[in-house]
Design a protein around this ligand. Structure first.
Ligand code: HEC
Ligand code: HEC
Ligand code: HEC
Length: 431
């Protein structure tokens, strides 16, 4: 999912020009120079550059670009419990892309989840969230997509098992889980809050990972943002609502905003699939939009489906904790420190870090086994990494050290077992 460095070097400055263009006349002059350079009219260009920014926030590129393939030319494989979907080509090629589409047809697709010819789309395309995108923003994204180089690449048919290969099944799914919607600002809340809500619920499609995905791939309003295990990937996207689990409630707006945009903050760093989201999408947020999202996230109330109370959790035996401590001192304390405070933002703190305390232990287990890097972003251009320990530590040692970090320094996580540690060795490495 990572974009080639060259593409990043080209895209990032354009996005930055686009965001600067809103703030000052100097930048405006630069952007006019850019438009003259591109030979396009003012209004078209500003619509398309706004569309580019919005397409970043929608993370269209992550799904519509295959590894080492042309941007937006599709063919990216999305494994689901029902088989594999291959994303379509959305470059403006007439025969194989969306060259023949009109802005209205494009909006209808985002809004209704039906393709131009009426085909019901699978919700792997996050239309259940995109339905809230305004017509204006849809037109801007469409204008941006029209500026791409048309790539002729025929769509690869999906490989879904019976009965999921039958699109009419989507009628039932849609009845249960999908309602066309428009974003309605919540009265009495600030413009900033409502901007954040619009981005998180709509274009950002955050709930597509951060909510419980049921057997049919639907997520209901009730469980929106309540946290969910991403099928087949074995990464857990924590609740964004429950203070108990994600702890965002006691983070400052600045910490949340810098985590979203920079990938690292004084409170923790992003990893796994969230690192890709930051890298492909959220790092392009303007500061006001990052703050707006943070303001909205912070306001989400503790969810009904919140994790078990800390006191009900298993804490691990004295022997396990002693073993865990010794592994920790030997292999981890150099970066995360004996007191678990780390050296943020380079080495995240583990004490009071919600991403390791949550009920499901898959994320800390996978971090210890596989290590990782936070994403490279404009705010954090040279991230520090963590080495993998899968070859170094036995299942017992992994379980012991993860139990230790989940329950020390006042952390309220539960003990993990050797079996849980072992199961994560087989988890796929793709993020
Ligand atoms: C999480 C992955 C994902 C993201 C993010 C995503 N798409 Fe898609 N998109 C898909 C898949 C998969 C399909 C095909 C669904 C199907 O076959 O029913 C699709 C279908 C489409 C189609 C219909 C094409 C056709 O020929 O019918 C368009 C247009 C499209 N996406 C545009 C976008 C845009 C614009 C964005 C960003 C705002 C976006 N997509 C973000 C996965 C994604
Ligand atoms: C592709 C799936 C996916 C999408 C889409 C996604 N996330 Fe995440 N997110 C995750 C996973 C997995 C984690 C756990 C790893 C981590 O903490 O970095 C996570 C972690 C987080 C965290 C850190 C929580 C903590 O306790 O440390 C925040 C905040 C967050 N996501 C916000 C968002 C927002 C806002 C959006 C929408 C713009 C979003 N995410 C979209 C998968 C996703
Ligand atoms: C060389 C320094 C280094 C060592 C040694 C190290 N880590 Fe890390 N650790 C990091 C960095 C950097 C990150 C952020 C990685 C990312 O975001 O992908 C991290 C992230 C984590 C996380 C996820 C928390 C978060 O918010 O990102 C956990 C859990 C963790 N480390 C546990 C451990 C344990 C347990 C050990 C010892 C077995 C260990 N680490 C050894 C540098 C290190």
């Amino acid at each position: 999912m990572k974009q080639p460095r060259v593409a990043r070097l080209i895209v990032a400055p354009i996005a930055r020009i686009a965001s600067l263009a809103r703030v000052g006349s100097l930048a405006r002059a630069a952007s006019i120079a850019w438009m003259l350079f591109c030979g396009v009219s003012h209004s078209q260009d500003s619509l398309a550059s706004r569309g580019e920014y919005l397409a970043h926030l929608g993370d269209c590129v992550a799904c519509h670009t295959r590894q080492d393939g042309e941007r937006f030319a599709g063919g990216f494989a999305l494994p689901t419990p029902f088989g594999t979907l291959y994303s379509p080509n959305i470059t403006p090629d007439d025969a194989t892309g969306i060259g023949m589409w009109t802005a209205t047809e494009f909006y209808q697709m985002l809004h209704t989840g039906r393709s131009r010819d009426g085909t019901l789309l699978y919700p792997a395309m996050p239309f259940p969230a995109y339905t809230k995108i305004t017509r204006e923003d849809s037109d801007a994204i469409f204008a941006y997509l029209r500026t791409l180089k048309p790539i002729s690449r025929a769509n690869r048919p999906n490989e879904l098992r019976f009965p999921y290969n039958n699109r009419s099944l989507m009628f039932g799914w849609r009845t249960l889980y999908f309602t066309e919607g428009t974003f309605v600002p919540i009265p009495g809340r600030s413009a900033e809050f409502n901007r954040g809500a619009y981005l998180v619920q709509g274009l950002g499609h955050c709930a597509s990972c951060h909510s419980t995905i049921n057997a049919l791939g639907g997520s209901s309003e009730d469980s929106a943002f309540a946290g969910g295990l991403i099928p087949l990937q074995n990464w857990y996207a924590p609740s964004l609502t429950s203070n108990q689990e994600s702890g965002l409630g006691n983070w400052s707006v600045t910490d949340i905003a810098s985590l979203l945009k920079g990938g690292a903050s004084m409170r923790g760093a992003v990893f796994g699939p969230m690192a890709a989201v930051t890298h492909n999408s959220l790092q392009y947020l303007t500061n006001p939009d990052a703050t707006a999202m943070a303001v909205y996230l912070k306001s989400l109330l503790e969810s009904k489906a919140s994790a078990a109370r800390a006191s009900e959790r298993a804490r691990g035996s004295a022997a396990t904790l002693a073993a865990g401590r010794s592994v920790y001192e030997h292999y981890c304390a150099a970066c995360h420190r004996s007191d678990g405070k780390g050296m943020p933002p380079a080495y995240p703190p583990l004490a009071g870090n919600p991403s390791i305390e949550m009920e499901l232990s898959v994320n800390p287990l996978r971090m210890v086994l596989n290590g990782g890097y936070p994403p490279e972003t404009a705010d954090n251009p040279r991230p520090y990494g963590m080495p993998p320990f899968a070859q170094v530590l036995s299942d017992e040692e992994v379980a012991a050290v993860v139990t230790y970090i989940r329950t020390s320094w006042g952390n309220y996580g539960a003990a993990v077992t050797r079996r849980e540690a072992n199961a994560m060795r087989a988890a796929p490495l793709l993020d």
